[in-house]
Design a protein around this ligand. Sequence first.
Ligand code: GLV
Ligand code: MN
Ligand code: MN
Ligand code: MN
Length: 434
Amino acid sequence: MTTLERQAAAAVNPLLAAIADTGRDARRGGYTRPVYSSSELELREWFVAEASNRGLAVERDANGIIWAWWDLPTPAGAVTAGDPRAGALVTGSHLDSVPGGGPFDGPLGLASALAAFDVLAARESAGSLHRTRAFAIAVFPEEEGSAFGVACLGSRLLTGAITPARALALRDENGTSFAEASRRHGLDPDLMGRDETALSRIGQFVELHVEQGRGLNTEEFTDAAGRGPAVAVASSILGHGRWRLTFTGQGNHAGTTLMADRSDPMIAAASTVVAIRQIGAAQPGARATVGRLEPVPGGTNVIASRVDVWIDVRHQDDAVTAELVERIHGEAVHLAGVEGCAVTLSQGSLSATVTFDAELTRGLAASAQRTVAGAPALATGAGHDAGVLAAEVPTGMLFVRNPSGISHSPEEYVEDDDATAGTLALADALGDLL
Ligand code: GLV
Ligand code: MN
Ligand code: MN
Ligand code: MN
């Protein structure tokens, strides 16, 4: 790797710095950029401008995915048979965030892709890269599912992992349907759904992402100074899903209703939250989380009439995940009954455990070794569009060290040198595959 290449890769840091103030959440801390919010749209404009300035051909498809194409040059007078973008090498990530999220979850994948493109373009100009296929950077909408409740909505629509009818009926917290929101942002809901042309253009997909747990900070990988390697290669994603329990009871006055006379769904919900923690903790390898709970109508002096509880359950064995949810539901029915309340369960998104493509993963590891000695293979508990795409095309991921070991929180962190190393590893990996 040359000094110039290192400088080009280091541009990932000013790229991230340019968007560091977009979508900051003064109340929660960190960033809140749900899909179609003004801050997410601003980041999309930033991406489109950066890609266009690099001469990439930017377009948005029927599912709202942005593609920035680096096409193969067509020699003058050449007649091309078929789609010149078929089987392209694609990298990408997302720009939406969870409420109060960190700066890197999503944007790091896109800033590093832009900077990696610069490295590759310089190599092509210097004659050291000879591409055999097109390349694209993709921006996927609603990866977090923070607005409409289903994670990876863009890649699920693209692959048909969700039906357009189900996706379009999803509603955000203001009651706006995904169909209405899409229409408002210039998309035609009738055209959404599995897209064979777009899929045929993804020969392989590689996503670079901030590592989201303590994976690289464990003793297995850290040196004497407690420092882990800057980059890892993803091996698998834990199967995961989202459900919602809706407890209903008798809304009433906090002052006039005797304690003995209450059917308070908040009590049923609260005891279920504790039970969920216990059920998750009792199952080796499981994660069970309640991060969102909403009483209706939500007044200090009001006994709620309804409480919605959103549940996130993960396990490497998808049958165990299903069993855990069944157990949680059973416990919720019991606890609701004790309080004289009722409860129903509905499903949000569901993603089976994913093992990334073995050959691509071996290749990513070999490429990454050139920048980071001993880039280890790492399983992750976090979901990604790469996990959805893996069902359709050879897919792999690179992770960049997160010294805090914390994510989906303002404390998520990446050091500049590690972002540069990750970008070089991505550029090497993409260059080897092109
Ligand atoms: C998304 O980041 C998830 O893992 O839920
Ligand atoms: Mn992410
Ligand atoms: Mn995330
Ligand atoms: Mn994610």
